[in-house]
Unconditional design. Structure first.
Length: 268
């Protein structure tokens, strides 16, 4: 759909019912509430997915939004319905990888309008390292339809949860260097040591990560990244040695090729 910021601002205003007196109402309040409630929620600890709208939370405020990407154009819509606040950011720059100004800017503005700090990570919850052994391991994408193609592509063969330099990390098994470095898992619920949050500053996204299932000795069997589900796999099936080995072979091949090219140039 193609539109202008002014028209989409009217749309957001109508959804929030701030423009009802000027233009009249289009949808009944219960219809809008239906759009904004979760219709797919794999775990009650994640916001879930509404009817076309992406559900989230900033602080203790539920949020509703939608982002859009077409090559050369990015958009982000964010709303806090309970507060009657809406933010809309359009840009005519950015590629299909999702990196651009609209999502980070819209998220930051919405948080500021809600009286929150720009940083979405909570620092008031102490880590629980005694529980980390229950969730460390490799999680592969669960079978079923892909509901978020870009995020699925960023995760590659799935995330690996490891302890690195004293921190719990989520490291996607992917050839993308920026993703392969991993993301720190920050505790996000003082009462539940299996609820975390990660922050994608390049994409302006902060997502909840939830571990579920009992398994042996309380080991987690499922990882939820927002509404994406990953299943825990045995260690012997972890593809990391193959991924790192393949990258090492590729790097060595490039080095040998460079040396041969240099020698050929010297002989000439």
């Amino acid at each position: 759909m193609y539109s202008t910021t002014a028209d989409i601002a009217r749309y957001v205003g109508a959804l929030l019912r701030t423009a009802a007196e000027e233009h009249g109402s289009v949808l009944r309040p219960e219809t809008v509430a239906t759009l904004f409630r979760p219709h797919f929620q794999p775990d009650p600890r994640v916001p879930g997915m509404g009817l076309a709208f992406e559900l989230g939370e900033e602080g203790d405020q539920p949020t509703v939004g939608k982002t859009g990407i077409v090559s050369g154009f990015h958009s982000a819509m964010g709303m806090a319905p309970e507060e009657g606040i809406g933010v809309l950011v359009f840009s005519n720059t950015g590629g299909l990888d999702g990196r651009g100004a609209p999502i980070p800017l819209a998220t930051m503005l919405l948080r500021l309008l809600l009286g929150l700090s720009v940083d979405p990570i909570r620092i008031d919850i102490a880590p629980r390292p005694e529980t980390w052994s229950e969730i460390c391991g490799w999680y592969s994408p669960a079978p079923g339809p892909v509901t978020n193609l870009s995020l699925r592509a960023l995760m590659g063969a799935g995330p690996e949860v490891v302890v690195q330099d004293g921190h719990l990390m989520l490291k996607p098994l992917t050839p993308i260097p920026a993703m392969r470095r991993g993301f720190r898992l920050y505790p996000d619920d003082p009462d539940d040591p299996r609820v975390f949050r990660i922050y994608f500053p390049e994409f302006g996204m902060n997502l909840r990560v939830v571990f579920d299932g009992g398994g042996k000795q309380g080991a987690a069997t499922r990882l939820l990244l927002d509404v994406m589900s990953f299943e825990r796999q045995p260690d012997f099936r972890n593809p990391r040695p193959w991924v790192t080995g393949g990258l090492a072979v590729g790097t060595a091949a490039l080095a040998i090729r460079s040396v041969r090219h240099h020698r050929g140039s010297v002989r000439t």
